[in-house]
Each structure stands twice: as C-alpha cells, then as structure tokens.
Design a protein. Structure first.
Lengths: 466, 354
C-alpha cells in the first residue's frame, strides 16, 4: 500500500525538474544502476517488468538463482538487445515526491565522448560509474575531463560493485582519494559552481542507490537518489550570477489575423491591431517591465531601449526569468528579427567575427584547417571558416598536443572566422551564450559542440590551453 | 546538393500566411473589453506553491519548465522551416500540442495546418472533436485516408484487422504532396523503448525512414533541423513529458478532450486481455461475450486495436489520480499493435510511422 501512496503523492504534488546523465565504462554496471534506480523508485510498471522478467528467464539470467536483468529495462533498440550493448543516448523519466527526473542514459563504450557531451550539455548533474574492483581508469579521467570542460554543475562518482570487494572501506577510500585528485588536477570545483561527490553503491543489490545500506556502515553520506533529490539545479546556482539574455526566435505581429479562440474569448481586436512582440526563451538571467535593454543585431550598432511588456499567452507578466518562453514588447519600434539578441543594458561585450573555441568533434568526418562550416549560436546560423586548429587535449594525461586536425571524439582548440559577428560569451561564465554547434553545410549534420573561449590574451602559451 | 536554408530574417506575419482562414463567425464575437490577466507564468491557480516548488529561488515547476521547452521547440521549427504541419488525431497528446502552439503564437493564429491520418476506423466522437477544434482555432485540416488507399488497392487490409500500421503510407503521401518539411508529432519518450531514443528534431530520409543508429547528437537547446531536398524532419516538442505530466497539464490548463477519455458506459468484449468496444469495425467473435462496463480510454487510436480500461474516473482530477496510481504503461494496457513484438514500435518507426 505504501508504494501506491508514495506514487500518488509524487504524482499530485508540484515538483521541479532535475536533469541528469550517466556515464561509465564497459561492464561497470551502468545499465543495471539505471534499471535499479527506475525499479526502486517504482518507475517501472508491471507490464514492463513482466517483459523483462520473461526475457531474463529466456536467456537464463542469474543461472539457477534466476532474477531479473535490470539492464534490459534500458536497452531500447533491437540491435541493442541482440548485442547486449547500448548504442545511443536513451532518455528515462521517473519521479519522487520531491522531483521529476529526466535521465539521459549515455552509453560508455561506443563513441563515449560524443554521447557524454550530448548528455552532459543539458544536465544538472552527471553520475560517473567506477567499478570498485578496477578503480579510476583512463576512461574515468576522460569522462571527468569532458564534464569539467562542459562545466557540469555536479559530478557524482558512483563506486559500483562495492559488494564484490566485500564492502571494503579501504578500497572505497582509496578510489575516493584518486577521484578527488583527478578533480583537483582538472580544476573541478575551482569555479565555485561545480562539485564532486563519491558514493559507494551496489547496483545489483541496491545498496546506497535509493536507500542507505547497512552493509556500508563506514559510509555516512546520502544514498544516490537522495543526492539527486537535494542538489540544486544548475539554473538555481547560476541565476543570480547571470545577466538577462534573450535570443529572438521570431516576431509575433498578427496584424489582422488574431487567433479566433482568443477573439472569441474577448480579446480586444482594436488594441491588438498593431501588436508586435519578440518571442523567445530567456537563456540567462531575468527581466522586468521597465528594464533598460540593449538589442544586438548584425550590421547595427547596439541599440538601447526599454521593456514595456512581457506577455505569455494572454497574461501580462511583470517579471520573467530563464528558462521561461515569453514574448517581449519594447518601447521603440526598431527593426528586430530572428537571430538578434536582447540583453540587459550595459552587460554585453561587442559581437565578434573572430571566434576562439574548444570543439568537441562529434563526426566521423575529420576537421581540417580551411574547412567551411556553419556555426549555430542562439537563434542565428552563420557561415564560418576554420582558420586553424591549434591543439588537442589528451584526455588521459590532460596534456595538449599539437595537431592540425580533429577526429571523432577529439576535443581541441580552433579559431574560426565568422561571415557575420555573433554576440558570443565565454562558456566558463555563460553556459548558453557560450555554446554553439558546428554544422556541415553539405549534408546538414552536426559536426561539433563548440565552447567559446576568450580571445588569446598576453599569455605566450594561451593557444595550448583547452 | 541544395540544403534547406534557415529562415534568418523570418518575421512571423500570420496575415501573410495563406494556410488558415479566420472564420467570419469568430470575428463577430469580438466584443470583449477584457484586459489580459496579470501574473507570473508560474502563478497557476493550483494550491500550494505551484510554480515555485523549490521555494528558495522560485524555480519553475516541472510543468512550467516542460511547457517552456515545448514552446521554444515549436517556435524554432516555425522559424526555421518553410512548411510545418502538426499531426492531429484528437488524441490527448496532439490536443496538448495544439494547445501549446496556441500559447506560442498568442495573440496570433497557429501558423500551420494540422494533418490527420484517418484510418477509417476512428471513434466518431473523436472525429467530431477534431472538426470542432479545427474550426474553433481557424486552422486548415489536411486528411490522409487509409480507406482511400485500400479502395485504390495501394494498401491491403491486415489479417488481424488492425489499421494502425497502415497509417504510414498515407502519412508519407500527405507529407510529400503538401511539401511539408517539418511535421510535429506528440510522441513522448516515456511511451516506448524505441521512442526513448528519439531526438527532439528527428531526420527522415526520402522514404520517410528513421535511422536510429545514425542520429544527430542534440546539444543544449540548439536544434539542428537542416535537411536536404526530399528529407523532412519530425519534431517532438513534448518528448520529455510523461503521461502524468500530460494529464496534470490538461487539468491545470482546463483543456477539453474527446469524451471517451473519461469514464462512461460502453458495450465491450474481452480480447487480448483488454476491453474492446463493440462497433462497426470491431465485432465480437461468437465466443466473446458482450457486456456493458464503465470504461475509459487511456489512448485514442484506431478502433480496431485500441482497448478501454475499466475505470470510474469521470473527471480530469479523477484521471490524474488514476494515472498516478497505475501499474501498467498506457501502451501496454491499451494497444494491441504494440504487443506484437518487443520491437513493434521500432519497426514501425523505421518505416516512417510517427
């Protein structure tokens, strides 16, 4: 009965959203951990469990002991079930009475950088798995390195299979110390936003996954799910640090063609005849009616004006904040189009046509100097020329090697010349306005995730810093 | 190779949009003097702490966050594509999608047509609801008819009588004939294992096929909808919603649905472990007894493969409670076509199903 009550409560209470991703190496039990989280938080329904139980029995899972292969819960595609591997990022949903969770389950071995970058780009937290018998591997260092680069707010290292090392505190403490050393080497936590937590778990048996285990009495911290339930989301941590940024998606100017249902509901057609508002999603910060803002458009000097209204589907708001989608009205009739950015006055640097960035290369097609690509930033897409590639990160040693090309899963540094200036900002301080996509103009595929860096300063070796 | 260019300078002028006409009747009602209501988005009329569930920093509630994300996606697609359309079946997910679209473009009209693939086996009350909705919002409706394809001999009735998988051909035909380059679907990742791997913007080749092993990575909130001639994109703005989110949103926003989503009495018979309605295309076999039960539908699809569940949820609030406590997935409980095999949805999607 308590199960049902908990479910009811979780469903009916207003909760907030928390996005997290998982990353792990081969065979460290990530699918089992995800299955365990879903199962123990009652997100798996009876028919799903039946199907998994049938398949487990068909395959003789667990030998004579039997049991359910929880990993089967997360394998979505036929090829994945047939080969027993996870190919692509899969999204899972579950809720507790505190939060609704979106889990991006990222495969560890096939194109791990691509999948980890993808999952981490929207995550408030990432759970990295380590096999307690193996400790910190090169791949762990790679994962942590990628997470540091993407500035994920919370890194949670789950030391899995703690049952297979007899719940040994010594083993756990040694791994914990290694993890903290890697984090220090990488500078995770140095920005005051990100942090690393280490939790001993057994995904197979459920120790410290949803509930604290009495088999690890030396561990007094929270279980994994408790951690996920209580960590502040990235936008909570960042909101007070960031200024208002609003890339314009489109202009809403219905002229005569007002929505018939709105008109039927009593909309004043005269008052809305000349309605004009700029629709978009606030990417950073917040805005109030009466705020001074600067409009950044290519080919124009920055223009200053005042916010006269913030609309959302028939409601006039006095204030709105990231990540709300709204429509903003401005005092002056100025020419604003999709791709322009509205920002808090006095907080933006000039747009630039010279882009310095870290690129996470996600395509099998390598990057060469001189390549022509497209850059998508906010709501603008511009042509770009890759002027040079000046180093790639060895994710195992954190050293930067010289290179003039980037290949699949490489992370490197490049300089791009843009056909039109963009209002980019340093990714370290602006997770949204510092991010962009590199797109292949020929087939439209996404080639890379781009993270904006400052222009090289007076440091001689700047170009070798990723 | 010509690549679809993004519409950088796009200005959404609904007046210039020829895909919808305002019904003159609606204009006649324009008597209102009411001013827009004032409040914060999160300021919903739903009891304790709605919209500021974390208390400390006034974070958006999960529903507000999902709504904002969906509206952002809908606006991106409208801005970057030439001819989008929205798949509208009258089912709850497509009704929520259309509601989100009206909010995205308020006070303008929804700037794209809706597309319905009519299996010919639809519940009459759903077709009636579809037509009323289209008229209320002044939308253009495009219908692709499975029956017409069967009549012309271009599709064959299946032995099991279900017409759900037959929707793919008329769907692709309608997309091609109307030159739709983006099609909004109400697919959710929590519905099915294959859908859990779906992107928010998902590329389809010239044959409408989905290639799940070769999908574009989707990063931050930057959606890449570029495609070449012949390809189109399926857009899933409510990818991250669960069935319970949908119902809580329907309750919060007071969204009307076809009546069969709520408990009612109906003549049914048991087949494949679910209750099937007695109707023209869904007749009991001699050994299947017909009884009258109080049921409702959790999904609304083709009458030939959609089952009802026993329920006494007469109102939306009842349904929210029922869904929160359910121990079965909605497709597992009500869709015969998804019971065919472990990968039934994946196989259909690869062929161009939505």
């Amino acid at each position: 009965m308590s199960t049902e009550t908990a479910l009811l409560e979780s469903g009916l209470r207003e909760s907030t959203l928390f996005r997290f991703a998982t990353a792990g190496s081969v065979d460290d039990g990530k699918s089992t951990l995800v299955g365990r989280l879903l199962h123990d938080s009652k997100a798996i329904l009876a028919d799903q469990l039946d199907a998994v139980a049938r398949t487990s029995a068909d395959r003789g899972f667990g030998g004579d002991k039997g049991g359910i292969d929880l990993a089967l819960l997360t394998d979505g595609l036929r090829a994945e079930r047939e080969q027993g591997i996870t190919i692509d990022v899969a999204y899972r949903y579950f809720a507790t009475d505190r939060r609704s969770f979106i889990l991006a389950d990222c495969p560890g071995h096939v194109q791990y950088t691509k999948n980890t970058v993808t999952g981490a780009s929207t995550a408030d937290a990432v759970v990295v798995l380590i096999d307690a018998r193996k400790g910190v591997l090169e791949q762990t260092r790679r994962h942590l390195s990628v997470l540091q680069l993407l500035r994920v707010a919370h890194v949670i290292v789950a030391v899995n299979k703690i049952d297979l090392v007899d719940f040994s505190e010594d083993v756990f403490r040694a791994i914990e110390a290694d993890v903290q050393q890697v984090a220090r080497d990488l500078g995770i936590g140095a920005d005051g936003i990100s942090d690393v937590l280490v939790v001993p778990v057994s995904a197979l048996d459920g120790d410290n996954v949803v509930d604290r285990s009495d088999r690890t009495p030396w561990y007094t911290g929270p279980a994994l799910l408790e951690v996920l339930e209580t960590l502040p989301a990235a936008d909570e941590l960042e909101s007070h640090l960031e200024s208002f940024r609003f890339p314009v998606q489109l202009v809403i100017r219905p002229q005569g063609a007002l929505a018939p249902d709105a008109v039927a509901g009593g909309l004043d057609t005269e008052a809305y005849r000349d309605y004009r508002a700029y629709a978009g999603q606030i990417t950073e910060g917040s805005v109030k009616v009466g705020d001074q803002v600067t409009v950044l458009s290519p080919g124009h000097e920055p223009r200053n004006t005042t916010v006269t209204g913030i609309d959302f589907a028939g409601k006039e708001l006095q204030e709105a904040a990231a990540p709300q989608s709204v429509a903003i009205r401005l005092a002056e009739e100025i020419d604003i189009a999709r791709g322009d950015t509205i920002a808090a006055a006095g907080t933006v640097a000039d747009s630039t046509a010279d882009l310095y960035a870290s690129l996470c290369w996600l395509s099998p097609k390598p990057l060469r100097e001189g390549a022509k690509v497209l850059v998508k930033h906010g709501t603008r897409t511009v042509q770009a020329l890759v002027r040079n590639v000046s180093g790639k990160l060895d994710l195992g040693t954190f050293n930067v090697e010289e290179t003039s090309t980037l290949e699949l899963n490489d992370i490197g540094h490049a300089q791009l010349r843009l056909a039109a200036p963009l209002p980019v900002e340093n990714y370290l301080r602006h997770r949204r306005t510092g991010a962009f996509l590199v797109i292949d103009p020929l087939d439209g595929n996404t080639l890379a995730a781009g993270l904006v860096k400052d222009h090289p300063g007076d440091h001689e070796d700047e170009r070798y810093v990723i | 190779m010509s690549t679809q260019t993004s519409n950088e300078e796009l200005e959404l002028s609904v007046l210039e949009n020829d895909i919808a006409e305002t019904p003159t009747a609606a204009q006649g009602v324009a008597s209102g003097l009411s001013e827009p209501r004032v409040g914060l988005i999160g300021d919903q009329p739903r009891g304790e702490g709605a919209g500021a569930a974390d208390g400390v920093s006034g974070r958006l509630s999960s529903l507000d966050t999902l709504e904002s994300e969906a509206i952002h996606i809908i606006r991106e697609v409208v801005a970057e594509f030439e001819r989008p359309a929205l798949l509208f079946s009258g089912g709850k997910d497509s009704v929520v999608m259309l509601h989100l679209a009206t909010k995205a473009f308020w006070p303008g009209k929804v700037p794209f047509p809706v597309l319905h693939v009519d299996t010919g086996h639809n519940f009459p009350e759903v077709i009636d609801f579809r037509d009323r909705t289209v008229e209320r919002l002044g939308l253009k409706l495009v219908v692709g008819s499975v029956q017409e394809f069967i009549d012309r001999g271009e599709l064959a009735e299946r032995a099991d009588g279900t017409r759900n998988p037959l929707q793919t051909v008329p769907l692709l035909d309608a997309i091609q004939r109307n030159k739709f380059d983006a099609v909004f679907g109400g697919g959710r990742r929590d519905e099915d294992k294959a859908r859990a791997k779906e992107r928010i913007l998902s590329l389809r080749d010239e044959f409408g096929q989905w290639d799940p092993r070769n999908q574009r990575p989707e990063l931050w909130n930057l959606y890449n909808g570029r495609h070449t001639v012949g390809q189109h994109v399926r857009a899933f703005p409510i990818s991250n919603w669960t069935e319970l989110d949908i119902w809580r949103y329907i309750e919060r926003e007071n969204i009307e649905l076809p009546s069969l989503y709520y408990a009612h009495e109906r003549e049914v018979f048991a087949r494949d472990g679910m209750w099937r309605a007695v109707g023209e295309v869904s007749q009991p076999l001699p050994h299947e007894d017909v009884i009258t039960k109080t049921v409702r539908y959790r999904t609304v699809g083709d009458m030939s493969c959609t089952g009802a569940v026993e329920s006494d949820a007469y109102t939306v609030a009842d349904v929210v409670v029922e869904v929160a406590a359910s121990t079965l997935t909605e497709r597992g409980a009500t869709r015969a076509d998804d019971r065919i095999s472990e990968a039934a949805m994946e196989d259909r999607k690869k062929d161009g199903y939505f």
